[in-house]
Design a protein around this ligand. Sequence first.
Ligand code: COA
Length: 178
Amino acid sequence: MTAYEDDIHHFSVHFTLTIRQAQREDMRKLEWRGEFSHLRELFERSYREQLFGRRHLLVADSGGYPVGRLFILLNGHNAKRANGSTHAYLYSLQVMSLFQGKGVGTRLIDAAEALLRQRGFAVVSIAVAKDNPRAQALYERLGYVVVDENEGRWQYRDHRGKQQDVHEPCWILEKSLR
Ligand SMILES: CC(C)(COP(=O)(O)OP(=O)(O)OC[C@H]1O[C@@H](n2cnc3c(N)ncnc32)[C@H](O)[C@@H]1OP(=O)(O)O)[C@@H](O)C(=O)NCCC(=O)NCCS
């Protein structure tokens, strides 16, 4: 054994996570120290609409820091997907890379579905980029089925005020909550 290997110490770290509704002070933290600063305005808008009951923002909290997020559109422009009473739409699901593959995403989706069931919603949908088969596999394992496809064209204004155009062809998956 070399002196270097002698210096290696193995230990495991245990994290307790809580799924909860996002608060005002989570918004900047959700930028994950720059990784998602470009989505600042989108986070802010989602938060503002949460205050009016049109959206519900869930975070996976570890020690006061949001390490995962899943936003729920309860009432939107596309009534087929989110009409405020029977249909809701999940979006912006992301788990910090260090925490991926440990069940956090599954728990965020479970929590969203439980909240929607409690409020009497019957159908929930989610979009997944066609080039993200791992996330698609996760949704299908949780009972979502492909019902539609979409060109995935949308715009947002980044934190520098520049408009960004997104083109991400995606599948729309749906699940019955009854
Ligand atoms: C997709 C994602 C939200 C899932 O959350 P998670 O906590 O990693 O998922 P869970 O541990 O509950 O479930 C594991 C499953 O998630 C999927 N998954 C895991 N890591 C992933 C990754 N980097 N990208 C996409 N899917 C991933 C796989 O289906 C995995 O199952 P497998 O290990 O049998 O392949 C998370 O991995 C992530 O943030 N990925 C990058 C962003 C993304 O793809 N978001 C989805 C947009 S639709």
